[in-house]
Design a protein around this ligand. Structure first.
Ligand code: ADP
Length: 370
């Protein structure tokens, strides 16, 4: 597991000092995917760099499986970094290395024998479904395949924490779903703690078990996805909801915004609430989705009753939260988990450039394995 304790990053000094991360407390258990979301400038990149220790936090701790890595001296930090695998946006692959050679890179830096490296690389490429692309160069791979190579490389040193830094940003929806589905499989198979940093809210519903909202360097709220989605007061929960356009309630009726999850709510809740109130209940909009095995819903229900307290009590009796709230939403989406095969590749590969060891990632990224 990984814990951030009062993690703080300040750039500059004196009057020029800017606090980019402000006392963040975050726990991610093994086997859990936490999505960290936030707008541009919130501090997501800085957080990613502090987690994989490319940047030293100004204060606070990065604790992995009980050990505080942030305070380690430089020579120990190199070893400590192996516990955290990082997948970057666009995979940051070395263009003159094949998929297999890219995955082998951290193993080469570690000094494992070529035979050991070969076996491990074959295992990793098989794990991400790319054995048949081992000898292809990044330019011969689709965007999704490149991300899979990046994931395999991040796992090369058997980390217990996987950091995904905008790893699905810029991918088309189908490829995103395929990468997300791989991350969820790896979370389960390898019992990884995954920190999934993204600015894409849509992806969070597909990938995460829990989410944290970062804004101007502070975590404003965090929690399990199912709890956020059924919490009327959660801005993050609302932002994660599929956008609905409720129908108008009939004349004399008012619209109630209702959230629920299947742990407490019977499937025929609408009929039951209607029977309790002794009046018809009109379903004006609804979406139900499976979040981590729990059916989670939000609905707009039209009711004529003027007695708000009685209506709230009727919903509450069946485990639903209801509020008279104007809900102006537009567009319509429903979330559906799924997998998709990576885009097909032409078998007649273009001529590959001569392999070499030119670094085309930034020096900072290369420092992860050096
Ligand atoms: P995000 O990834 O969410 O867009 P960043 O972590 O890139 O956010 O940046 C958060 C804030 O920190 C921004 O206001 C940015 O200008 C500032 N910042 C980032 N890096 C530095 C730096 N090296 N020196 C000073 N300010 C920085």
């Amino acid at each position: 597991m990984i814990s951030l304790k009062q993690l703080t990053k300040v750039y500059g000094r004196g009057p020029d000092a800017v606090t980019v991360l402000d006392r963040l407390d975050v726990d991610v258990a093994s086997g859990e995917i936490l999505a960290v979301v936030g707008p541009s400038g919130a501090g997501k990149s800085t957080l990613a760099q502090c987690i994989n220790l490319l940047e030293r936090p100004t204060s606070g701790q990065v604790v992995v499986n009980g050990e505080d890595l942030s305070g380690l001296p430089e020579h120990k930090l190199r070893v400590a970094r192996r516990r955290i695998g990082t997948v970057f946006q666009s995979a940051s692959l070395f263009s003159r290395r094949t998929a297999a050679e890219n995955v082998a890179l951290p193993l080469e830096y570690l000094g494992v024998t070529p035979a050991e490296a070969k076996a491990r690389v074959a295992e990793l490429l098989e794990r991400v479904g790319l054995s048949h692309r081992a000898n292809h160069y990044p330019f011969e791979l689709s965007g999704g395949q490149r991300q899979r190579v990046g994931i395999a490389r991040a796992l090369a040193l058997r980390p217990s924490v996987l950091l995904s830094d905008e790893a699905t940003s810029g991918l088309d929806p189908e490829t995103t779903r395929s990468v997300v589905s791989l991350l969820r499989e790896l979370r389960d198979d390898l019992d990884l703690a995954v920190v999934f940093i993204t600015h894409e809210m849509d992806t969070v519903l597909h990938v995460a078990d829990s989410a944290a909202r970062l804004d101007r360097g502070r975590i404003l709220e965090q929690g399990r996805l199912v709890d956020l989605l059924t919490d009327h007061d959660s801005a993050l929960g609302r932002a994660l909801q599929p956008q609905l356009s409720p129908a108008e309630p009939g004349t004399g009726s008012r619209a109630w915004y209702v959230t629920y999850d299947s742990r407490t709510v019977p499937a025929d809740w609408l009929q039951r609430v209607s029977a309790d109130l002794g009046e018809p209940a009109a379903l004006l909009a609804a979406t139900i989705q499976n979040i981590g095995g729990t059916s989670t819903g939000n609905a707009t229900v039209g009711l004529a009753s003027a007695d708000a307290a009685r209506v709230e009590a009727a919903f509450a009796r069946h485990g639903l939260r209801a509020a008279l709230r104007p809900v102006a939403r537009s567009g319509g989406t429903t979330a559906a988990a799924g997998t998709a095969a990576p885009a097909a590749q032409a078998d007649s590969a273009p001529e590959a450039p001569a392999p070499d060891h030119t670094l085309d990632t930034t020096p900072k990224e290369a420092a992860l394995w050096a």
